[in-house]
Design a protein around this ligand. Sequence first.
Ligand SMILES: Nc1ncnc2c1ncn2[C@@H]1O[C@H](COP(=O)(O)OP(=O)(O)O)[C@@H](O)[C@H]1O
Ligand SMILES: [Mg+2]
Length: 563
Amino acid sequence: MAKFLANLLKPYIPLFILAFLGSLLESGALAGLAYIIKNVVDDVFVAKDFKSLIFILIVLVIIAVSKQIGFFLKNYIYPLIIYKVLKNLREKIFDKLLNAQPSFLLKLDYGDIISRATNDIERFGQILSMFGTNIVTEVFVITGIVFILIYRDWKLFLIFLFAIPLLALALNYFGEKRKKYSQKLQESMADYTQILNQVITGFELIKLFNKGIFQKIFSKINNQLYKRQKKNTFYETVYLGSVELIAYTATAGIIFYGGYRIIKGELTAGDFFSFLGGVLILVNSLQTLQRGAVQLKALSPVIDRIQLLLNLPEEKEEGIEFKGLKDKIEYKDVSLKIGENQILKDINLTIKKGEKVGIVGLTGSGKSTLVKLIPALIKDFDGKLFIDSYDVRQYNVSSLRKYIGMISQDVFIFNDTLKNNLLIAKPNATDEELIEALKKAKADFVFKLEKGLDTVLGERGSRLSGGERQRISIARLFLKNPDIIIIDEGTSALDVETEEYVMEEIRKEFSDRTIIMITHRLKILDIAEKVVVMENGRIIEEGTKEQLIKEKGVFYKFCSLSS
Ligand SMILES: Nc1ncnc2c1ncn2[C@@H]1O[C@H](COP(=O)(O)OP(=O)(O)O)[C@@H](O)[C@H]1O
Ligand SMILES: [Mg+2]
C-alpha cells in the first residue's frame, strides 16, 4: 500500500510542499490566535492600553491574512494533486481493460469492475484529499495548540487531559457505529441505482410482465434505504452530541479551577481566556482528526479493490510476428474445459489457406468457442492449434488479429459517430472507402440518415435494429480486408434476400481468403468446400456437402428438416 501510494504521489512533491506550507500557515495562524487572546484581555481590557490595541489589531490582520492564504493553498492544492493522480489512474485502468486477457476478464463480474473503476476511484480520491486537507493540518494545529496550552498553564492542561480518554472513547464507539451504518447506506444506494438501471433498460419488456413484483422489490429496497438513512443520521447526531457534552464538562472544570486560581492571583484573566480559546480550537481539531481517522481505515480496502484492476493480467506485446496465413490452420487434439463443462473435446481439423469451411451444429455444441481460439481470445485449451508452423499462442496477438476478421450475432456498436464506428476497422480509410464498404454490406439505411457518416449511433432516433447492426459489422469486414474470415452467424439477422446478396459480395471480394462460416442456413453452405458438424463439443461429421448428404447422418437430417 505504501509503495503504491508513493509511486502515485512521487511526481507531485513540489506541489505537496506548497500545500504543506498552507497547512503550516493555517495551523500557525490558529495557534497565534489562541496566543494573542492573552494580550487582548490583559493589555487592552485590564490595563486599558491604547497602543497595545493598535498593535494587536495589526497582529490580528496578519493572522487573518495568513490563515486565508494557508486555507487557499491547502484546500486547493491537495485536491489538485489528487485530481492529477486520479486522471492517471483512470487512464491506467482503461488501458488495462483494453489490454486485459479476454479469458480472464470474462470471468469477472462486470458490475464489480465498473464499481471499482468508478466508486472506488472516487472514494480513494476523497480519502486522500481528506488526508491532506484535514489530517495533516489538524495534526499541526493540535501540536501548536498543545504547546500554547502547556505554556499558558500546565496545571489547567492536566484537567483537560482527563477529558481526553473519555473523548476518545465516545469518538471511537459512535464513530464505529456511524461507519457501519454509512457503509450499509452505501449498499442501499447501490441497490437503488441497480434496480433503476434495470427497469429503465428493460422497460419495454417489463411492461409485458407483472409489474407488481418489481414494485415489491423496489419498495423493499426503498424502505431499507430510508431506515439506513435514519439510523445513520441518528448516530451522527448522538456522536456529535456526546462529543459536545464531554467538551462542555471539561470546559466547566477548566472554568472552575481556572476561576479559583485567578481569585488566588496565580493566573491572569488573559492567561485564562487564551487557554479557553485554545481548548475550543483543540476540541474542534480533535473531532476533525477522529472523523478523518475513521475514513482513513477505508483506504487500504479501497486500494486493494483498485489494485485488482491494475493487476489484471495483460496480453503482452511479444511473440512471433504474424504476417498472414501461408499454409493452413490446424487443430490438433484440442480440448477445453471451463469449470466442470467439457466445451470442446478432441478436436482435429485442418483448414487450408483459401478454403471455405462451414460449421453446423445445435446451439451450445461449441461452434463459437471453436472459432474463438483462432484469434487467441481463449488460450487455456489443451492440445495445439497451429497457424502455419506455430501454435496460435506463440504469436504476437496484435499482429495475428490484424489478419482476422470476425462477424457474429452480437455486434459491438459504441456511442459515437457512424464514421468512428467504421474507422475502428481501418483507421485511415477515406469517406469514399467507408461508403463503398457500406454499399457492399447493403447498409442502405445509413444513406437516409440526415447527418450521414456523422450520425451518432445509439442516440435517440438512431438506435439500430439487429439487422442494421449486423450490416455495420459486415461493412467493417470489408474495410478490414482480413486474411482469415470468421462468420459466426454473422448474417443471421438479415432477411434471406439481403443475406444472399451480402454473402455473394463476401464470396466475390474474398475469393482467395480462408473463410469459416457458422450458420443454420443451408443456402450459405453452398459456398463451403467442406462442412463440419459439431455435437457436444466434438466434431462428428466432416466432408463436402454432397458426401455428408450421401452418408445420411446428422447433416442429412439437418438438411431434410431445413428444406
Ligand atoms: N465463458 C464461458 N464460460 C462457461 N461456459 C461457457 C463459456 N462460453 C461458452 N460456454 C458454454 O460452452 C458451450 C458451447 O458454447 P458455444 O461455443 O457458444 O456454442 P454454440 O456457438 O455452438 O452455440 C455452451 O454450453 C456454453 O454454455
Ligand atoms: Mg454460437
